[in-house]
Design a protein around this ligand. Structure first.
Ligand code: SF4
Length: 472
């Protein structure tokens, strides 16, 4: 097996030898100021970096160059995402799972955790609670169990979620994080109107992967790693990748992650829509300290900055696994999407008290959505619930070309302001509304196109009078 970016075989496009050579090269040049300077100059053109150059930046240990890396990441973040931060919430449908993932409380041999699967009525109640919080975008999560959570259950649940319109509420985009499956089943998901198909690689290191996945269908490394290819073959345009940092050595995972993105771009014509950067967290029967490759906040921030520089057009997601402090740090460096007011138990949004019995991981950021929005706006970020591109068919390579040309900014900012205004009118606390309305007035002036600005202003007025769902 040799490295082949175009191959459909996992061990070719995520080639162990290529990763090890890349890391050797990066280690050998981590103090090579001239090389690092030239890589930063190339990256400043905003066309991204290949995994080798990006690895040199990740390994760089020259403080002044690391400062330049951070500054460039911030610059690229502002150029493509401005000060907008997209919000979503996870909804766990079922924790029945037949896999044996040693880092997840849902693994099939965990007899301690109560098993739960939401009925369609329960999903209805959860979605109404999420809509009453102000959410418009969900990521549904489920264990892998063909008997308890067959694809039909997932498809019916997606349909239920889209069908609920409570007061001014609506879930306008449903992203799906379920196990690797067949091209035919991905086509069914596509036809059900999903947004992004999300699948975490967990680790790109095959040997480590097989240690962590001793049983169940997920133990097949190649089938799991080639899932995004099958998803795109099934017609899904937007895919979301990610590794679980703390399972394998972070430098190996970083290079694997970028090679996967390069492969999808080269072989399928479009890189990942999003990259998530979760870190292993405590959970029922799971002690992160038992895993030797945990990373500290500084290393985590460096990874985020280097991914931002390497793949400028790919959204980056951080969940409530991260604390407020850690999220604040990585928002500036590259993160464009966060969850807010999350419950990682199966259901649980209808309950006053946060249920802890079926959680997939311990949540660090336990604030309400309203608190998260006020916090973002006080840092001059514009919270966005925008789903316009997905609903206008601006997905996959069509979306990427708009991002690369910068045209998308004419849509993103006014759309963010209008979805924020909906939140302020329907769900915000008085304090959050006050901060939000002032921010919208200020941000309106930053919309470059005068026609778009005046139409956006008009739509905002109509939202005060009760109209909803404007978008460019
Ligand atoms: S990580 Fe996913 S597949 Fe593995 S045990 Fe947990 S829910 Fe199941």
């Amino acid at each position: 097996m040799s490295y082949n970016i175009m191959s459909s075989k996992a061990e070719d496009f995520i080639n162990d030898e290529e990763i090890l050579e890349t890391l050797e090269y990066a280690e050998a040049h981590k103090n090579d100021k001239a090389l690092i300077e030239s890589i930063l100059n190339k990256a400043a053109e905003c066309n991204g970096l290949n995994h080798r150059d990006a690895a040199v930046l990740l390994c760089c240990d020259i403080p002044e160059m690391n400062k330049k890396i951070e500054d460039l990441a911030k610059e690229i973040k502002l150029k493509f995402y401005g000060n907008r931060i997209v919000l979503f919430a996870p909804l766990y449908l079922s924790n029945y799972c037949i896999n044996g993932c040693t880092y997840c409380p849902y693994h099939g041999t965990n007899k301690h955790i109560p098993r739960k699967k939401l009925t369609q009525d329960e999903i209805r109640r959860e979605v109404i609670a999420l809509q009453d919080m102000g959410h418009k975008r969900l990521a549904i999560e489920s264990g892998e169990d063909p008997k308890n959570n067959p694809l039909e259950y997932i498809l019916e649940s997606i349909n239920t979620i889209y069908s609920i319109k409570h007061k001014n509420g609506a879930i306008r985009r449903v992203n799906v994080n379920i196990a690797a499956t067949t091209v035919e089943e991905y086509t069914k998901l596509k036809n059900a109107g999903i947004g992004t198909y999300i699948l975490f690689q967990e680790t790109y290191n095959k040997k480590r992967y097989e240690q962590l996945h001793p049983t169940g269908p997920k133990s097949n490394y190649a089938y799991h790693t080639e899932a995004m290819d099958r998803a795109m073959d099934g017609g899904i345009d937007d895919v979301g990748c990610g590794v679980l940092y703390g399972l394998g050595t972070y430098k190996y995972e970083f290079v694997g992650q970028l090679m996967h993105a390069e492969h999808l771009e080269a072989a399928k014509g479009c890189g990942p829509h999003t990259i998530s950067v979760p870190r292993l967290r405590a959970a029922d029967g799971i002690d992160p300290n038992a895993f030797p490759d945990g990373i500290d906040d500084e290393t985590f921030a460096k990874i985020v900055a280097c991914i931002r520089i390497a793949v400028p057009y790919t959204g980056m997601i951080v969940s409530t696994r991260e604390s407020q402090k850690s999220r604040e740090r990585v928002l500036a460096l590259g993160v464009s999407q966060i969850s807010g007011g999350s419950r990682t138990s199966v259901g649980g949004y209808c309950e006053e008290e946060r249920p802890e019995d079926t959680t997939q991981f311990d949540v660090s950021d336990r604030r309400t959505l309203d608190e998260v929005l006020k916090w973002l706006m006080e840092m001059n970020y514009v919270p966005s619930f925008c789903t316009a591109c997905y609903r206008a068919g601006r997905t996959g390579d069509r979306f990427m070309s708009l991002v690369k040309s910068g045209q998308i900014a004419n849509c993103c900012h006014p759309n963010a302001l209008m979805t924020l205004k909906e939140y302020l009118e329907d769900y915000a606390s008085p304090e959050t509304k006050k901060v939000g309305d002032a921010l919208i007035q200020k941000e309106l002036l930053t919309i470059p196109n005068p026609l778009v600005r005046s139409r956006c202003e008009q739509y905002l007025k109509e939202e005060v009078n009760g109209k909803r769902d404007f978008r460019f």
